[in-house]
Write a protein that binds this ligand. Structure first.
Ligand code: AOF
Ligand code: ZN
Length: 379
């Protein structure tokens, strides 16, 4: 009997997670949240959070259910909020609608909520269960959870390499190692990120726009429209303000931030005249841009997930600083030879004991290339 009840809770929570994923590209800086209302063994309404400032998942579902919501069970991927944000508290809305019990995927890591939503529901006599498909609920919002708990974003590093593990020519030339299907997937990764972080050398050599375009190669029309709705913030790490004024990146709409340690007023004014915001940091002990500090500033401005799209040197520095959470490596069926650059510039690895072990989460064919999703193994 108990087994049946928990399988049932997981079934409806799985549906709520599926609904939450509809907000994959659009909820920034809010989390993706889904909700299912069930009564007498039937789904009576569904909802998901679409955009910050708009109704939360629970309110969407309650609006669709109307009076029928009374006596229903709500399955929500994230703890209902208890605070007045851009919208009123969902816990109050569930209570007012006469919901009988609430099943929650995970507690809201937002310190404004953090258990208060659960307490509010319980105080109103509602039965609450927390932690159903919790790992999946966490995985849906890695960036939001990290930002709420640690005031840092979650970083995914995307790279392209040849079968012999090379990521570009010594000159910096790297277009194109992978094929169109892999590049279309990168559009999807950009669209779900709050910001795309790159280095000035990538801007110079690849002269890329770093915007979201044409994910229709990958998605259906409706999903394409959602993916293109919001252009992620583009961030250039440029210690000496070498970003060329002619760069493509300035010709495409969307915000651009340049993170630098250079306070040259003229260069700064030139870049600002093109619409960029220039953030000046104090160099670290090695005279470099403080990468953790850069990420902290991005988190402070609401960035959840970051896509690091850069070359071997900067990507290596992020890894060395322990700032990369996940890797997405596209491997192309080609050989670039020993004159080309290895995937990451990582120093200090001399012995096998120094290696950086990874866990491969997924590996699959994408057109003629292979996509490898991995994260660092915890020692
Ligand atoms: C929920 N359901 O669907 C979402 C929640 O500014 P607001 O009003 O949109 O509130 C944002 C906060 O509310 C967000 O940081 C998170 O703690 C929670 N998001 N909560 O119950 C939802 N999107
Ligand atoms: Zn809410």
């Amino acid at each position: 009997m108990r087994h049946t009840a928990s399988a049932c809770a997981e079934y409806y929570m799985a549906r709520a997670l599926e609904l939450a994923r509809r907000g994959l590209y659009t909820t920034h800086p809010n989390p993706r949240v889904g909700c299912v209302l069930v009564k007498n063994g039937r789904v009576i309404a569904e909802g998901w959070h679409e955009r910050a400032g708009e109704a939360h998942a629970e309110v969407q579902a309650l609006m669709r259910a109307g009076k029928k919501a009374k006596g229903a069970t709500a399955y929500v991927t994230l703890e209902p909020c208890s605070h007045q944000g851009r919208t009123p508290p969902c816990a109050d809305a569930l209570i007012a609608a006469g919901i009988k019990s609430v099943v929650i995927g995970m507690q809201d890591p937002n310190p404004e909520v953090a258990g208060r939503g659960i307490a509010k529901l319980q105080a109103a006599g509602i039965q609450v269960q927390v932690g159903v498909l919790q790992a999946q609920a966490e995985a849906l919002n890695p960036g939001f959870c990290r930002r709420m708990r640690e005031q840092m974003p979650w970083v995914r590093c995307k790279m392209a390499m040849s079968l012999d593990g090379r990521t570009g020519m010594r000159s910096g030339e790297s277009q194109w190692i992978t094929g169109p299907a892999a590049r279309a997937q990168v559009q999807g990764l950009r669209a779900q990120s709050s910001a795309i972080v790159t280095g000035v050398d990538t801007v110079i050599y690849d002269d890329c726009a770093l915007t979201v375009r044409a994910p229709h190669l990958l998605l259906d029309a409706q999903e394409t429209a959602l993916a293109c709705e919001r252009q992620p913030l583009r961030v250039i790490l440029d210690s000496n303000l070498r970003t060329p004024l002619w760069a493509q990146i300035f010709k495409h709409p969307g915000d651009i931030w340049i993170m630098t340690t250079c306070d040259n007023a003229q260069k700064r004014a030139d870049l600002e005249a093109l619409g960029a915001q220039v953030h000046v940091f104090k160099a670290n002990a090695m005279g470099r841009l403080p990468l953790a500090q850069v990420l902290k500033v991005l988190a402070q401005s609401g960035c959840n997930e970051i896509l690091l799209e850069t070359g071997a040197t900067l990507a290596g520095s992020f890894i060395q600083a322990g700032l990369v959470d996940a890797l997405v490596v596209f491997m192309a069926p080609t050989l670039l030879g020993q004159g080309a650059r290895p995937l990451f510039a990582l120093t200090g690895i001399e012995k096998m004991a120094d290696q950086r072990p990874l866990v491969i989460d997924n590996i699959r064919a994408v057109g003629h290339d292979w996509r490898i999703d991995a994260h660092f193994a915890t020692p």
